[in-house]
Design a protein around this ligand. Structure first.
Ligand code: DSN
Length: 429
C-alpha cells in the first residue's frame, strides 16, 4: 500500500466501526458488493445497452447488465428495469426528460416537507427547465391530499412525484394514483428511501399504482451507490414507447459510459435482497425505528425518525448534529414541517436504523442508543441560534468549539465506542 488514500480509508473504517451511523439514507454493503464494486469491470467502456453498444468487447458486460435487469424485474415484478443511472438524481432527470417536454408542469413534495431536490425544488433542473408545483404536509406532518388534489386540478401536471427523504409515515400510493388519474398525469414513485422496506413487505409496494418507479440502490436496499428505473405494466400500457424514451434520456441525453463495476455490484445486492434473510432485515429495521422513535418521544412507521428539537431551544439542528457527532453518533440536521427557524439553520434532526440494523442491533440496543441521544441533547441546551442572521455563522463556530471540549460528550463517546466496536462492519476488521 503506497497511496496516502489507504491511510485515510483506514481512518474512515475506524469511524464506521466505532461510531453509530444513523443517517437514514446510509447503510453498510456486504463484502461481495464491495468485491464487485472494486473489480476490473471499472476498466471497460460500454456506451449503449446490452446487445447495442458503441464499443467492442462487451460480451461479458452485456451478460452482467442483463442479469442485473432480470434480478430487478424478478424482485419487483415489473416488465422493464434499467440499471445504468449513476445515481438517483440523474435517474430522476432521465425519467423527467422521457415523460415531459421542457416547460411542462411537474408536481412533487416540497423539500421542507421531506421531498427531494429533483421533485421540483428551486435551483434544481426540475424547476429550471420544467414548471414545478409543490404540495406539502399538513400540521400533522402527513401529506396534505386536499392541497395536492386542488393543485393538481389547477395546474394539470404532466407528472406527479410520490417520494420522500424525511417522512416517517407510510405512503398511501392509492390516493396518489386517484389524483394522477383525475388529471391524467404520469405517476412516478421515488422509493429510494424505502426500497428495502417494500422488498421486505413492511411497506406497500407502488408497483400496482405507479407508472414508473425510481430507486437508488445504496439506501435500505444495501447495494452500491447507483439507481434503477422500473416501468410497471401500467406504465407500459400508458406509453408503450417509454423504455426507449428513458434509455435515450440516459444516453445520449445525460450520461456517458455506464459504470459496469457499479452495475455488477447492484446485481450482487439484488441477489442478496432476493434471499429470505433480507425480509428479516427489513422487518428489524422498522421494529428498531419504532422503538427508537418511542424512546425519543415521537413515532416512526418506517426506517427513519424526524425529531423536532424545539423543546431544547431555537434553531437547534446544527448544534445537535455537532454534539451527536462529538459523541460518535452521525445524523443530519433537518428542517421540520412548518420550520420555525430557517431552512439553512433548521430545528430538527433526521435519523434512522438501516445501517445499525445491518450491524445486528436490535430493539434493546435502540433503547440504549436513545438514552445516549437524550444525554447528548441535554448538552446543547442554552445554545440557541441567534435571531440575527449575521451572528449565526460565528455563533455556530463557537458552539462547535465548545462542544468539542465538552467532557460529558467525551464520556458518552467512550461508552459508544465500547458498544459499537462489538458489532461487525462488513469489510472492516
Ligand atoms: N441524499 C439523500 C438522502 O440523504 O435522503 C437524498 O438524495
Amino acid at each position: 500500500m503506497t497511496s496516502k488514500v489507504f491511510k485515510l480509508i483506514a481512518k474512515e473504517a475506524h469511524r464506521q466501526k466505532y461510531g453509530l451511523e444513523m443517517i437514514p439514507s446510509e447503510n453498510y454493503v456486504s463484502e461481495n458488493v464491495l468485491k464487485a464494486l472494486g473489480s476490473i469491470l471499472t476498466n471497460k467502456y460500454s456506451e449503449g445497452f446490452p446487445g447495442r453498444r458503441y464499443y467492442g468487447g462487451n460480451e461479458v458486460i452485456d451478460k452482467i447488465e442483463n442479469y442485473a435487469q432480470d434480478l430487478a424485474k424478478e424482485l419487483f415484478k415489473v416488465p422493464i428495469a434499467l440499471v445504468q443511472s449513476y445515481s438517483g438524481s440523474p435517474a430522476n432527470q432521465a425519467i423527467t426528460m422521457a415523460v415531459c417536454k421542457p416547460g411542462d408542469v411537474v408536481m412533487g413534495l416540497t423539500l421542507s416537507s421531506g421531498g427531494h431536490l429533483t421533485h421540483g425544488a428551486k435551483l434544481n433542473f426540475s424547476s429550471i427547465f420544467y414548471k414545478a408545483v409543490n404540495y406539502s404536509v399538513g400540521d400533522d406532518w402527513k401529506i396534505n391530499f386536499e392541497e395536492l388534489e386542488t393543485l393538481a386540478k389547477k395546474h394539470k401536471p404532466k407528472m406527479i412525484w410520490v417520494g420522500t427523504t424525511a417522512y416517517p409515515f407510510k405512503l398511501d400510493y392509492k390516493k396518489f394514483r386517484k389524483i394522477a388519474d383525475e388529471v391524467d398525469a404520469t405517476l412516478v414513485a421515488d422509493i429510494s428511501h424505502i426500497t428495502g422496506l417494500i422488498i421486505g413487505g413492511v411497506h406497500t409496494s407502488p408497483v400496482p399504482y405507479a407508472d414508473i418507479i425510481m430507486t437508488t440502490t445504496h439506501k435500505t436496499l444495501r447495494g452500491p451507490r447507483g439507481a434503477m428505473i422500473l416501468v410497471t405494466e401500467r406504465g407500459l400500457e400508458r406509453d408503450p414507447e417509454i423504455k426507449g424514451k428513458i434509455e435515450r434520456a440516459i444516453i445520449p441525453g445525460i450520461q456517458g459510459g455506464p459504470h459496469n463495476h457499479q452495475t455488477a455490484a447492484i446485481a450482487v445486492s439484488l441477489e442478496e435482497a432476493l434471499k429470505p434473510s433480507f425480509k428479516k432485515y427489513a422487518i428489524q429495521v422498522v421494529n428498531n425505528a419504532a422503538v427508537l422513535a418511542k424512546e425519543l418521544g415521537t413515532v416512526s412507521e418506517t426506517h427513519l425518525i424526524l425529531l423536532s428539537l424545539t423543546s431544547y431551544g431555537y434553531g437547534m439542528g446544527y448544534q445537535a448534529q455537532y454534539a451527536l457527532e462529538e459523541a460518535g453518533i452521525t445524523v443530519n440536521k433537518n428542517t421540520i414541517p412548518g420550520e420555525p427557524a430557517s431552512p439553512f439553520y433548521p430545528s430538527g434532526i433526521r435519523l434512522g436504523t438501516p445501517a445499525l440494523t445491518t450491524r445486528g442491533m436490535k430493539e434493546k440496543d435502540m433503547i440504549k442508543i436513545a438514552r445516549w441521544i437524550k444525554r447528548v441533547l441535554e448538552e446543547i441546551r442554552g445554545l440557541d441560534l441567534p435571531k440575527e442572521q449575521e451572528q449565526r455563522k460565528d455563533f455556530l463556530n463557537e458552539a462547535k468549539a465548545r462542544l468539542n471540549k465538552n467532557k460529558n460528550l467525551k464520556q458518552i463517546r467512550k461508552e459508544i465506542e465500547d458498544f459499537a466496536g462489538k458489532f461487525p462492519v462488513p469489510g472492516v476488521d
